[in-house]
Design a protein around this ligand. Structure first.
Ligand code: NAD
Length: 438
């Protein structure tokens, strides 16, 4: 089947490449001329493990191509996916749907024959119906259906998530669209991955409810971690003890510096606004949003404590600034709150991140970038481990301690056992959710 994909960001590009790998003929479109030029040369504009290789396999096989021209992309396409951004609207936290609606108008003008317009972007409940209205108004003679097909992939593990999903959710209204969507995902049907076929509104709600639930789970354990610190419990033991309960599960129970990324902050905020609009406030979600901000602020307080109250003129080596490992995505990363707070209090901040520098340089202007943890730690007063990249999981702690002025570590991902850090020569250590500062 021929498929067009609008948007070559984290979701559009991964989906386009993977659908081509399923055997479909996929044309990816983007308005960003730079991205298309890079993609045509076989270069992936984002960092996503395995993507460049899979893209090459499928372009070489003639199943995958890139263009700026939507008309070309839609030639003979039976399905066209919208995978454009839906960021938080400035000022009010609603999802900004301007890119989705603009894409819908463009599709309406370019389409000649029957097509299924599939929304992959995360969109508020009712958006697919609005897309339907927009297309019908712009091109009253066009035969088409809309389908909602929210995406659940995680950056850093995106290909595996797309190829081996926990489930695929498809919201549809007609048998014709159902058949086309089934054809698209046939390789997953054949391998027995669950496909949830439902109505448009439920599909849209599933995406928001899933993300809000995950954000709640993270925030819950972060709050438990804060209480552990006051009561003498150890959150690592607590996470293990509760996560072994199958009804709870062990995922998303690692205490840390608060959630970030391109999805949880904007999607929780959008769901809260949807609730308010329908006079049905999502109280848990609203609390989660508020708590996550407090959790990030708590991290800076912990760092000040470790510095005996003041970071002024202290040199701090921050390890990891992307919102999680294995991505270059800096959107809403906790580092964007924590690092400026340290700089604002007079600290000299050095930063290391395996992939974050390209995005991070503009977002964290007053820091010094280093190539590795050892160079960042040289002569520093403190290490703050903020993102648990593999590169930071097995550091030579004695070497680090030996090169620092006052070796202290704030391990905001609980990567290292406190005793190991102290035994290696650090004079102080704090983690998350344990009582003692060692
Ligand atoms: P992104 O910002 O990385 O990419 C969006 C792309 O769309 C950009 O390259 C932009 O140039 C392009 N674009 C916008 N309007 C266009 C138009 N009219 N024609 C052609 N190209 C256009 O966004 P993303 O992170 O891939 O997210 C896309 C959607 O998927 C969002 O709704 C997001 O919430 C959702 N989502 C994201 C993730 C994730 O991990 N990033 C996971 C699941 C769902």
């Amino acid at each position: 089947m021929r498929i067009a994909m609008i948007g070559t960001g984290y979701v559009g590009l991964v989906s386009g490449v993977c659908l081509a790998d399923f055997g479909h003929e996929v044309v990816c479109v983007d308005k960003n001329a730079d991205k298309i030029a890079q993609l045509k040369k076989g270069k992936v504009p984002i960092y996503e493990p395995g993507l460049e290789r899979l893209m090459a396999t499928n372009t070489d096989a003639g199943r995958l191509s890139f263009t700026e021209n939507l008309h070309d992309a839609m030639e003979g396409a039976q399905a066209i996916f919208i995978a454009v951004g839906t960021p938080s609207r400035r000022g009010d936290g609603h999802a900004d749907l301007s890119y989705v609606f603009a894409a819908a108008e463009e599709i309406a003008k370019a389409a000649k024959d029957y097509v299924v317009i599939v929304t992959k972007s995360t969109v508020p409940i009712g958006t697919n119906r609005k897309v339907k209205e927009i297309v019908a108004q712009a091109n009253p003679d066009l035969e088409f259906d809309v389908a909602s097909n929210p995406e659940f992939l995680r950056e850093g593990a995106a290909i595996d998530d797309f190829m081996r999903p926990d489930r695929v959710v498809v919201g549809v209204e007609s048998d014709r669209a159902t058949e086309i969507m089934s054809e698209i995902y046939r390789p997953l049907y054949l391998r027995d991955f669950p496909i949830v076929t439902t109505d448009l509104e439920s599909a849209e709600m599933i995406k928001y409810a899933a993300n809000a639930f995950l954000a709640t789970k993270i925030t819950f354990i972060n709050e438990v971690a804060a209480l552990c610190e006051r009561t003498g419990a150890n959150v690592k033991e607590v996470s293990r003890g509760i996560g072994l309960d199958n009804r709870i599960g062990n995922k998303f129970l690692h205490a840390g510096p608060g959630y970030g990324g391109s999805c949880f902050p904007k999607d929780t905020s959008a769901l809260a606004r949807i609730g308010q609009d329908h006079s049905m406030p999502m109280r848990i979600v609203e609390t989660v949003i508020d708590l996550n901000e407090r959790i990030k602020a708590r991290m800076t307080d912990k760092i000040f404590d470790l510095a005996d109250g003041s970071v002024a003129d202290k040199t701090i080596a921050v390890l990891g600034v992307t919102f999680k490992p294995n991505t270059d995505d800096m959107r809403e990363a906790p580092s964007l709150t924590i690092v400026p707070a340290l700089v604002g209090r007079g600290a000299k901040v050095r930063v290391v991140d395996p992939q974050g520098r390209h995005e991070g340089e503009a977002l964290l202007p007053s820091v010094e970038w280093h190539e590795d943890a050892y160079s960042a730690a040289e002569g520093a007063d403190m290490i703050v481990l903020l993102t648990e990249w593999n590169e930071f999981r097995a550091l030579d702690l004695s070497r680090l301690a030996g090169s620092m002025t006052t070796p202290r570590m704030a391990d905001l991902r609980n990567v290292y056992p406190a005793d190991d850090v102290i035994a290696a020569g650090f004079e102080a250590y704090i983690g998350i959710g344990t009582k003692d500062r060692l």
